[in-house]
Design a protein around this ligand. Structure first.
Ligand SMILES: [Zn+2]
Length: 287
């Protein structure tokens, strides 16, 4: 008699059980090391310690200005000791004024080309960004178009903080580009729209910091997003987006939050979103 009872109770019991947090390596696909961090409370040893104690084994590094990225890329001894691989991206911003004008500023196109030619101590730059488009129409700005084509030509990834309309506009300039959609739509593009874009552009990836509607309640995945991550396990990555020092201050909590919801997924899917997708994109070795 007890067998059917056990069978009936089993789903309920597993529903109550808290899934274990993801404990494997993390690839932080959206990291800034801006001047107010490295000149202020977060020198190199501080940020590397934060990565190391959180199991972050690789980072997409970009900064305003690019000096922060160069500091990370040039610190081979320390980054190796911390077990962190640096994937350098070229930031388009020399200062805050560039946020609103980069897409039509020829001097930024020149700066990107100069930086790319120079490379970093950790090897060539692997991407461009993060850049922002607060008005998606500016995706058609002359420099935005040229940069997308430059990225395609040099096989650089592009990290773009844009809305869903701008994804279509940017992709029209250079459909072969590996576009990483920062926040996968910080304005909250519906999951169905995200899915349509992933279907339309096989080289589009989504980075998940600040993504509205991703987590529900106790920091676990909302059902709609869980379904999307399960449907596209090779298309998403996590990131810290340390755009202000406060994000560095809470770096531990941010990574703990990711580990929490990654634990809601089957282990192989969690591993892909946490590490493999970024590592495969930039040909990194398994830690
Ligand atoms: Zn950012």
């Amino acid at each position: 008699m007890w067998r059917p009872l056990v069978f009936l109770c089993w789903p309920a019991l597993t529903g109550l059980a808290q899934a274990a947090d993801y404990s494997g390596p993390l690839f932080d696909a959206h990291l800034h090391y801006n001047e107010e961090a490295y000149q202020g409370p977060h020198p190199l040893d501080d940020v590397l310690a934060r990565m190391q104690r959180n199991g972050v084994r690789a980072i997409v590094a970009n900064s305003r200005p690019n000096d922060g990225t160069k500091t990370l890329a040039g610190a081979g001894t320390q980054t190796r000791a911390a077990g962190v691989t640096v994937v350098p991206f070229i930031r388009l911003y020399r200062n805050r004024a560039d946020y609103d004008n980069w897409f039509r500023d020829e001097s930024i196109y020149t700066m990107v080309q100069t930086e790319f030619a120079r490379g970093t101590a950790a090897g060539p730059y692997r991407g461009i960004g993060e850049f922002h488009l607060y008005d998606s129409a500016n995706a058609n700005g002359p420099v935005a178009k040229k940069l997308m084509q430059f990225a395609a030509e040099k096989q650089l990834a592009v990290l773009a903080h844009v809305d869903d309309v701008a994804i279509d506009l940017l992709m029209a300039h250079a459909s072969g580009v590996r576009l990483i959609w920062a926040h996968t739509g910080i304005g909250g593009a519906p999951a169905a729209r995200v899915q349509a874009l992933l279907d339309k552009y096989p080289r589009l990836m989504g980075e998940l910091s600040y993504r509205p509607g991703l987590t529900c309640g106790e920091g676990s995945l909302c059902p709609e997003w869980r379904a999307l991550l399960l449907k596209y396990p090779d298309r998403f990555m996590i990131g810290s987006d340390t755009w202000v020092n406060q994000r560095w201050m809470y770096y531990d909590e941010l990574m703990r939050g990711y580990r929490r919801w990654l634990g809601d997924l089957p282990p192989d899917v969690a591993r892909r979103i946490a590490w493999d997708n970024g590592a495969n994109l930039f040909q990194l070795n398994r830690p």
